[in-house]
Every structure is written in structure tokens, then in C-alpha cells.
Write a protein that binds this ligand. Structure first.
Ligand code: AHG
Ligand code: MN
Ligand code: MN
Length: 299
């Protein structure tokens, strides 16, 4: 449904802002709201989940009692890359599934506040030059392409692995002056300053899913560090960082907040933010080591 709308976005009245902000204080686009409603409508009556959490909704979202409460929880970013919606650049949807912690009845906030290592499945859809679904259930990462002629996803890559060292670095470099010295040194190394060993090409779309997907296939590291304006970073732990960290780990890559693996962070809030460093294993390790050496221990 979301892919169909995105594909026809200029033809139907779904572009632009709705004139209100979401729980993050960010301006909601019409497609953010439509995608959120599509996700909630599709999953509330499956009987397979007991509660949902979305970037666009402040509180946990109940499911329809008449269809029963399932044993799983669902967290999602219905539309990732909002700033790219109106300009025909790739956007996506991210999801994370956990087993519930409470035993029965309606799911609660505590069912949603679980560390990433306990995910049973996670993945994303990228509405790019084609619509691609990538997921893991803990047994490798599989890539499907939507065949619009039959309305089905077809498997195109089974059990993919990401390169250990990548060719791309992806970061919003316009925040350079707000970063710690550690991240400045990392980016100087990626530009080839000092030693050529770490030189990489820059690629930054500004849609996390699309940046992550490119780096997963080609190898590379995506960074959204904390900075002086966003001391916790911008991205959300439960429905952006953790699901992509699970995919990265299953593809042989890594993800951390700079010091702690994303999958080990114990969440305290539904919309908690985290710095994010994700992608090829050796590149993530290089960034972590450089930041630790230059910035020292956290104060
Ligand atoms: P969302 O559209 O779900 O709010 O997420 C936007 C995020 C993410 O997709 C992207 O990596 C990041 O915002 C880009 O932020 P900057 O414009 O600060 O680089
Ligand atoms: Mn997002
Ligand atoms: Mn979003």
C-alpha cells in the first residue's frame, strides 16, 4: 500500500506537510501520517501482535481486542527520510519485532522497551528505483524485490553478507563544526588526510534506510553522531537503530553508539534517541577506536 502511494505520489494528493508536528517535534508530512495509518490498519487485526509503537505516535498503540492478542510486538518508522518525500528521492519503512514480555492481555510499554538483541525479526522496505524488502529473523539477511505486475515480493538475494571493509562513508558533514574532535578526525581519515589507508568515497542521501541499504550491499559506514545541538544524536533507538543493527549483525557487519553495541542498549523510553555508527565491521571498529583515542572516556 505504501509503495503504491509513493509511486503515485505526484498524482494523488499525498505530497507536502500536514501542518502539525509529531512527538519528536518534527513537522509531519502527509505521507508520514498515511503510512502510519496503513501500518496500524494492516497489523491491528492480525491477532499476531499485542501492541505497537510508531515514530508518529507518542504512546503505545493498542491492537483490536476482537481479533485477539498475539505473542509479538511491532515497532516501526512508517516513513523514513521525510525530507526526501517531495523531491522524489528514496525513502523507506523500518520495522522491529519482539516476543512479548507480559504473559497475556493487551501489550504494554514494557513489552516495547526491550534491547535489540532480543528482536525475533527486523527489516525494512526501501522505495527506491525498485521497492525492496530486506529482513532477518536471526538466520541471515534476505532481500526481496516487489514485482508490481503480480503484487508479490520475490527473493533476489539469499543470506547476503556485507564487506568487512567498505568503500563508502555516509554522514551529514554540514554538522562538522558541532562534532567532537574524534569524529572530525575520523572524517579527515576518510578523506585521505594523514594516511591513505582509510580513504573512502562519500555518499549521503539523507534517508537512513537508503543510505544503510547501499552500504549493506557495497560496504561502508553510516554515522549520525551526537553533536553539540543533538547530544543524544537524532536517530531513534527502537525503530531505526536497533532493527538496522540486527540486519547489519546478521550480514556480518556491526552497529554501535560509538562505545556500546546498539543491540546491547537497554531502552528507557519509546522514542529514545541514540548516536549511530553502522555498517562494515572493520570500519565501525576503526571509528570506535579513533573516537575513543581522541575523545577519551565519557565524562
Ligand atoms: P524520519 O524521516 O523518519 O524522521 O528520519 C529522518 C532521518 C533519517 O532518515 C536520516 O538519516 C536523517 O534523518 C537525516 O537527518 P539530517 O537531515 O540531519 O542529516
Ligand atoms: Mn526515520
Ligand atoms: Mn519517519
Amino acid at each position: 500500500m505504501i509503495s503504491g502511494l509513493v509511486r503515485r505520489a505526484g498524482l494523488v494528493d499525498v505530497l507536502g506537510a500536514v501542518g502539525q508536528t509529531n512527538v519528536q517535534g518534527e513537522e509531519q508530512q502527509k505521507l508520514d501520517v498515511i503510512a502510519d495509518e496503513a501500518m496500524k490498519g494492516a497489523f491491528a487485526r492480525t491477532g499476531r501482535i499485542c501492541v505497537m509503537g510508531s515514530e508518529e505516535d507518542e504512546d503505545p498503540i493498542p491492537v483490536d481486542e476482537a481479533y485477539g492478542y498475539g505473542k509479538y510486538t511491532l515497532l516501526f518508522d512508517p516513513l523514513d527520510g521525510s525530507s526526501n518525500i517531495d523531491v522524489n528521492v528514496s525513502i523507506g519503512t523500518i520495522f522491529s519485532i519482539h516476543r512479548r514480555k507480559t504473559s497475556d492481555g493487551a501489550g504494554t510499554l514494557s513489552d516495547l522497551l526491550q534491547p535489540g538483541r532480543d528482536q525475533v525479526a527486523a527489516g525494512y522496505v526501501v522505495y527506491g528505483s525498485s521497492t525492496v524488502l530486506v529482513y532477518t529473523a536471526g538466520f541471515g539477511v534476505h532481500v526481496f524485490t516487489l514485482d508490481p505486475t503480480i503484487g508479490e515480493y520475490r527473493l533476489c538475494h539469499h543470506d547476503i553478507k556485507t564487506p568487512e571493509v567498505g568503500k563508502y562513508y555516509s554522514v551529514n558533514e554540514s554538522y562538522y563544526s558541532r562534532w567532537s574532535n574524534g569524529y572530525r578526525e575520523v572524517v579527515r581519515a576518510f578523506k585521505g588526510d594523514g594516511t591513505k589507508d582509510h580513504r573512502k568515497n562519500a555518499r549521503y542521501i539523507g534517508s537512513l534506510v537508503a543510505d544503510f541499504h547501499r552500504n549493506l550491499l557495497s560496504g561502508g559506514v553510516f554515522m549520525y553522531p551526537a553533536d553539540s545541538r543533538s547530544p543524544q544524536g537524532k536517530l531513534r533507538l527502537l525503530y531505526e537503530a536497533a532493527p538496522l543493527a540486527f540486519v547489519a549483525q546478521q550480514a556480518g557487519g556491526a552497529a554501535s553508539d560509538g562505545r556500546t553495541p546498539i543491540l546491547e542498549i537497554e531502552p528507557a523510553g519509546l522514542h529514545q534517541r541514540t548516536p549511530l555508527l553502522i555498517g562494515s565491521k572493520d570500519d565501525v571498529a576503526f571509528v570506535e577506536e579513533t573516537v575513543a583515542r581522541v575523545d577519551g572516556a565519557p565524562t
